[in-house]
Design a protein around this ligand. Structure first.
Ligand SMILES: C[S@@+](CC[C@H](N)C(=O)[O-])C[C@H]1O[C@@H](n2cnc3c(N)ncnc32)[C@H](O)[C@@H]1O
Ligand code: SF4
Length: 414
């Protein structure tokens, strides 16, 4: 790190040791299609389950073409197209080597193995991808098959992220999931048979009607399912979803934060006893090698290119996002227009605060050279309150502080 001098008192903002460009370079590709839109989900999704099979296939072909066109155009425009105009972050003219690719959704696997392989082929054609890059595809259990996973493995996909959500049948019904409790377990076995080395299971806790026993049984089922990574999220109610409307009308209770806190503690206990390392607020892995490298890039405030509907990108302090409407996206790409719906350049202070917020999500916290200046008294108080601690010279959240992350950050922020 460059020394902080009177001439350049903010050098620490530009030359971090683990964050920013030092964190790697990611590529996020979004596929919005889902069979059905789950009542809780606020992601950029387009439900296609009611469409005739042939219409779906035509739409998927059109979307794949648009994704590849969007990718090629962005790559051809060069990194400076997305970088802040003031030249911050010393962005060069060549794209960095891609260290992780994440095809998320939606349900990307609805596109099928051949289209996803073609998409990855297009990525390799126009960007340099590191030989050991992590390549993840999100998947719903209903779309699983050995054939699909075999195609993905041959195309270089090494990691799947699958939504199991719960192993309690009545919770799956409340969540409007289209699979039973056994399906993710079968899908896991199919993934292994197809040659996929790493599989994450997503879980949701605190769903109305879920009991303590349901949650404990779900975690125990995950331990025997043979997964190497678990993401467990507290149910969030978004206003613009079916759940949000049900809560507003009184038909569904608001989430109970104390109960969610208890469920979080049970997850820590059961997954920890099962050998999982709790390496980020909502994520557990079977050892450091199984952590999600793409997500670590986000938490290290790294740079990533965004392609597709409702995708978010970040480069050297500038963020941008694309339209959430599939129709508008397809029209924009077809007409040669940009699908970008908005962008913002973070101030140095916002960047530092965001780096702190994201860095404290990770178990090891932040390297001292990645930390913004912190008021010594504020730090002492946050430590006394049991929110943060230092370990090996790094500042990190305590496990209790993880559940109160916003409070920890607001005490420390500039
Ligand atoms: C982008 S979704 C895609 C997953 C995949 N389509 C599936 O449903 O199997 C990623 C994960 O976000 C989580 N998620 C989505 N909405 C949520 C909400 N409102 N509250 C908590 N977790 C949520 C779910 O666990 C979901 O599996
Ligand atoms: S949770 Fe998954 S399947 Fe359900 S709507 Fe969201 S992205 Fe689609």
């Amino acid at each position: 790190m460059a020394p902080v001098t009177a001439a350049d008192p903010r050098a620490w903002l530009l030359d971090p040791v683990e964050s920013g460009s030092a964190a790697g370079f990611g590529l996020y590709l979004h596929v919005p299609f889902c069979d059905h839109r789950c009542g809780y989900c606020d992601f950029a999704t387009a439900a296609v389950g009611d469409q005739a099979e042939q219409d779906q296939q035509v739409l998927f072909d059109r979307y794949l073409d648009a994704l590849v066109t969007d990718l090629r155009r962005q790559v051809a425009a060069g990194p400076r197209r997305h970088a802040p105009e003031d030249g911050r972050g010393a962005v060069g003219t060549a794209w960095p080597v891609v260290t992780s690719i994440f095809i998320g959704g939606g349900t990307p696997t609805l596109l099928g193995g051949e289209r996803l392989a073609a998409l990855l082929g297009a990525v390799h054609d126009c960007l340099e991808v590191a030989p050991d890059a992590e390549v993840t595809v999100e998947c719903n259990p209903e779309t699983a098959s050995v054939e699909l996973f075999g195609n993905l493995a041959r195309a270089g996909v090494g990691r799947l992220s699958m939504g199991a959500q719960s192993f309690a049948p009545h919770v799956l019904r409340t969540l409007e999931r289209g699979h039973d409790a056994q399906r993710p377990v079968t899908a896991m076995a199919q993934a292994r048979e197809g040659g996929i080395a790493e599989v994450n299971l997503d879980l949701i806790f605190g769903t109305p009607g879920e009991t303590d026993d349901d949650w404990r049984a779900t975690l125990e089922a995950v331990l025997v399912a043979g997964t190497d990574h678990v993401s467990a999220y507290a149910l969030t109610i978004h206003d613009n979803t079916a759940f949000g409307r049900a809560v507003a009308s009184g038909a569904m209770p608001q989430v109970d934060e104390d109960l969610q806190r208890d469920r979080f503690d049970v997850a820590r206990e059961v997954l920890g006893a099962g050998g999982f390392e709790h390496y980020e607020v909502s994520n557990w892995s079977l050892g450091p090698a199984r952590r999600s490298r793409h997500n670590l890039l986000y938490w290290r405030h790294g740079d990533y290119l965004a392609v597709g509907v409702g995708a978010h990108g970040h480069l050297a302090g500038r963020r941008w996002w694309t339209t959430r409407s599939t129709a508008r996206y397809l029209d924009a790409i077809g007409a040669g227009d940009s699908p970008i719906a908005g962008s913002e350049v973070l101030t140095d202070e916002e960047r530092a605060e965001e780096r702190l917020l994201l860095g404290l999500r990770v178990r090891e916290g932040l390297h001292p050279n990645d930390l913004p200046p912190i008021e010594p008294l504020a730090l002492e108080e946050a430590m006394d309150a049991g929110l943060v601690e230092t370990s090996c010279g790094r500042l990190r959240c305590t496990e209790a502080g993880w559940f109160l992350l916003d409070e920890a950050v607001s005490r420390l922020a500039l």
